[in-house]
Design a protein around this ligand. Structure first.
Ligand code: TXA
Ligand code: MG
Length: 355
């Protein structure tokens, strides 16, 4: 199918172009659009047929519900029962990279809610996303723009590689601001289901109480009976297997020295660690940014995972980061990308079948 690629300025959206994209939404078509976190693949939240198409295009399991993106609190209250007590705080912090789960008013089709009696709502802090929803005049249901399980597109180029010929329109507004998906909090239990750019500390400040964070949120466990169905699937995985290393680079150097027959690998991490690894092994490296700037690391993370596949190595090693602030989201995504496989000793490395 024909895909229209529409360039729209991220900070000063050209309204004639926004209207054109909104026209596709009103006609129950599929539009890939930018948000401050990642790109989303969106459709009218009221269209069962269009939302079903999103599942087909992504290869997404049918029991994994979509987020309804809104441009006003009123639009959110049309579809969700937001507890009164939380309204003042939500008013103050919206729009921002946080998604709230609340009881659903049952107005959206099954394809959006996957039959749950709850609904997730989010007001994205991106001028183009907000203008698009406003102009369409209805909530836009959108999961992240990635084929199910693959690293999410955080720029239009990657969205085009994933979805050209499969969707009706792709908006090109350059790079997303944060690079990892929104924080998800279940308002009923005040529990973090997925960490994101809106940090635990910020939630505590905005709501005056600390949310619950468990091992599922940290990416270390998957929910058996999933509260957030997405938590039971592997995610963000490149085709090349990738393993986590949590320790000092000198220790990793020792482990690799003890495994002289280890197959070819690439290292993904901070600029500092990449330099140390390439000095020691001359291996390929993928730099995510400066260790002391976790926002830079988050912004480059998915592109880094996607780049691993183009290096044609047998596996990747990615280093661990501090789980503070947005670091919790970074480690959640890394743990999922590695399928919780980590390197602690030479035996953990994949064997080289050729030797
Ligand atoms: O930043 C983001 O949130 C991006 C952009 C496009 O807004 N969207 C995104 O959507 O990450 P998605 O579908 O990839 O992730 C939404 C997660 C899934 O894990 C899903 O299971 C969960 O939210 N979810 C959605 N509705 C839910 C509900 N009613 N109860 C529990 N979990 C829900
Ligand atoms: Mg996703």
């Amino acid at each position: 199918m024909e895909t229209e690629v529409l360039a729209i300025d991220a900070l000063k959206p050209e309204m004639n172009r926004v209207s054109r994209a909104a026209g596709f939404i009103k006609e129950e078509k599929i539009v890939v659009f930018p948000t401050e976190t990642v790109y989303g693949i969106g459709a009218s939240a009221y269209s069962e047929a269009a939302c079903r198409r999103i599942f087909e295009i992504k290869g997404r399991p049918a029991d994994n519900p979509l987020i309804a993106h809104v441009s006003s609190l009123e639009m959110a209250q049309e579809i969700a029962e937001i507890p009164e007590g939380y309204l003042p705080s939500i008013k103050r912090i919206w729009p921002s990279p946080i998604t709230f789960i609340a009881r659903s008013r049952g107005k959206l089709p099954r394809a959006v809610t996957a039959g749950l009696d709850t609904i997730s709502i989010r007001m994205p802090a991106h001028p183009v996303a907000l203008a698009l929803i406003k102009e369409a005049g209805m909530p836009i249901a959108a999961p992240s723009a990635n084929p199910s399980g693959k690293p999410t597109a955080t720029n239009a180029g990657q969205a085009v590689r994933y979805f050209k010929g499969k969707v009706d329109c792709i908006i090109d507004s350059g790079r997303s601001f944060f690079g990892v998906e929104s924080t998800i909090i279940d308002l009923r239990s005040f529990t973090i289901l997925r960490p994101g750019p809106f940090t635990i500390e910020e939630i505590e400040r905005a709501f005056g109480k600390r949310p619950k964070v468990d091992n599922v949120a940290r990416g270390m466990a998957s929910a058996d009976k999933p509260v957030s169905p997405g938590t039971k699937y592997t995610h963000y995985t490149p085709d090349t297997p990738v393993m986590l290393f949590n320790g000092k680079i000198t220790e990793l150097v020792e482990i690799l020295d003890d495994a002289p027959n280890a197959p070819s690998f690439a290292f993904i991490g901070s600029g500092e660690s990449c330099s140390a690894m390439s000095d020691s092994f001359g291996c390929s490296t993928i730099e995510l940014g400066k260790r002391e700037n976790p926002y830079e690391i988050a912004k480059n993370l998915y592109d880094g995972l996607i780049a691993l596949d183009s290096l044609k190595v047998k596996f990747g090693i990615i280093e661990a980061f501090d789980e503070k602030g947005i670091g919790l989201a970074i480690m959640n995504r890394i743990r999922k990308a590695t399928g919780n496989r980590s390197i602690n000793r030479a035996d953990d490395l994949p064997a080289n079948p050729a030797k």
